[in-house]
Write a protein that binds this ligand. Sequence first.
Ligand SMILES: [Zn+2]
Ligand SMILES: [Zn+2]
Ligand SMILES: [Zn+2]
Length: 156
Amino acid sequence: MKNGLRKGCESLADREKNEGSRTTRQRQAILEAFTDDQVHLSAEEVFLLVRASQPAISLGTVYRNLDLLTRQGALQQFVMADGTRKYERASEHHHHLVCIGCGQAENIPECPLDQRIRGYTRESRFQVVRHSFEVYGYCVGCQGQVTTTGSGGKKH
Ligand SMILES: [Zn+2]
Ligand SMILES: [Zn+2]
Ligand SMILES: [Zn+2]
């Protein structure tokens, strides 16, 4: 009886070890999906890229890992105009110009808010952990299309 129990424990440990390394591989592949050419990626985009090397991965696993990597500080996220989250490797604090038309996001390298926030929070002694803000609009390529594909035009 004791043997059986121990054997069970061992195989459970082995299974956990195997799952552990698979998890590590998947997490590594997710991080590697972010390159200089693909700075900002949604979960679906990561899923499509990672599936090439990790065919067994599911979209749910990608979501869970992106979430975990964000909490661990390896990734940071921001929100697109339609509510979709985009992820990127954690880097210098920055903001984004987000195109509503094509979903491209351009970095705003400096932070125009830090000083002001410090001013606002000095008195209330609110402890700031982080802040985010995105600027939504249309990139040069999308500007022309917006006016021609308007929703029928407003008549007064
Ligand atoms: Zn655009
Ligand atoms: Zn960015
Ligand atoms: Zn900022």
